[in-house]
Design a protein. Structure first.
Length: 335
């Protein structure tokens, strides 16, 4: 195939030379081919120079998540198209497990998960929120509050990826006193960011980063930041976390504003990506003040405890059947 492409290129060059009335010699053909190939080669090499070296993994930790193909890679197989009642010969089984460390962002697929009081371990412990200010009343007063953010408001949250790194005593870099180990792991947030560019030198470098992203299989360059998963009180004091009210539907729990962990530039880039204009930050559920579920949950007098959750809407674990997902996808495509 490669030879055919080269032959076609040579024939095309010969025809071009004939059209302009010049005699094509091997030298002129070689110079022409080099001139044609030089720009893409230059662009490729330039893109390589703009690749950013990824930061080192969080010391003393390992990344959790399924390796290889997703368990839902065959979800559109015909055998899953219609539902059926469970039976001894056809029992219901768990097809795939997902957690969402940051509410409404991309999930992490697991091969197994621990079930704790708030649902699946590590699930929806964080949420982004924007500060919404009301219109002035008749006296000129305004109210402002932090309101949780979802894909309903900012659809590009679906492009925000998360990684979770948890302490691993078998890691060569493990140290009980290290930053990420003391914080019970590291939450890594990665998001696409393509700034405006022009034909200045900085603008050309941006184009180079865009090309480098394409060559690596991503549509846009990616930015990232890291925060401790469950920081100790000393860290909270050092980074000056604040405990503030946040509105999650009709609930107004007090949560930890961990925005001081996120570099200002990174948060500005994330706001640009999402299209956020209001003040924006990252909240973590306060492990001393989990949200209690009064509806859609057993009563304390019946089971001996009150159901608690993190940043979920109101249910700890949400099961979905494959036929339901296929049906939803069909309706979405139809629209």
């Amino acid at each position: 195939m490669g030879a055919n492409v080269l032959d076609d290129l040579v024939i095309s060059v010969r025809k071009t030379w004939d059209d302009v009335g010049l005699y094509p010699t091997p030298l002129t053909i070689s110079i022409t081919i080099v001139a044609i190939l030089l720009p893409p080669i230059f662009l490729f090499l330039f893109a390589l120079t703009q690749r950013e070296t990824p930061p080192a993994p969080p010391a003393g930790c390992r990344k959790i998540g399924l390796q290889g193909l997703s368990n839902l890679s065959d979800q559109y197989a015909k055998k899953y198209a219609t539902g059926s009642d469970p039976s001894s010969s056809n029992p219901w089984t768990v097809k795939a497990l997902f957690i969402y460390p940051v509410k409404s962002c991309a999930p992490i697929e697991l091969d197994n998960a621990d079930v704790i009081r708030t649902g699946l371990r590590y699930d929806r412990q964080f949420t982004f929120a924007q500060q919404v200010t009301s219109l002035p009343d008749l006296e000129g007063k305004v109210d402002s509050e932090w309101v949780f953010s979802t894909q309903r408001t900012f659809p590009r949250l679906a492009k925000v990826e998360t990684e979770l790194w948890i302490p691993d005593p078998s890691s060569p870099s493990y140290d009980p006193e290290s930053e990420w180990v003391k914080g019970e792991g590291c939450l890594l947030v990665r998001f696409p960011f393509t700034p405006d560019s022009d034909f200045t030198l900085p603008g050309l470098k941006i184009y180079g980063k865009m090309l480098a992203a394409r060559f690596s299989g991503r549509p846009e360059p990616m930015m990232e930041f890291r925060v401790p998963f469950n920081p100790p009180k000393q860290r909270m004091e050092e980074m000056r976390y604040s405990k503030e009210k946040i509105k999650i539907w009709k609930d107004n729990p007090t949560a930890l504003n961990v925005g001081t962990e996120v570099p200002y530039e990174k948060m500005a880039q994330l706001k640009y990506t999402l299209g956020v204009t209001n003040p924006f930050t990252l909240f973590r559920i306060d492990t001393e003040r989990y949200r209690e579920v009064r509806m859609c949950a057993p009563k304390k007098e019946d089971v001996g405890f009150q159901t608690i959750i993190g940043m979920q809407d109101s249910v700890c674990i949400v099961p979905q059947t494959l036929p339901t997902l296929v049906h939803i996808d069909k309706k979405r495509v139809a629209k």
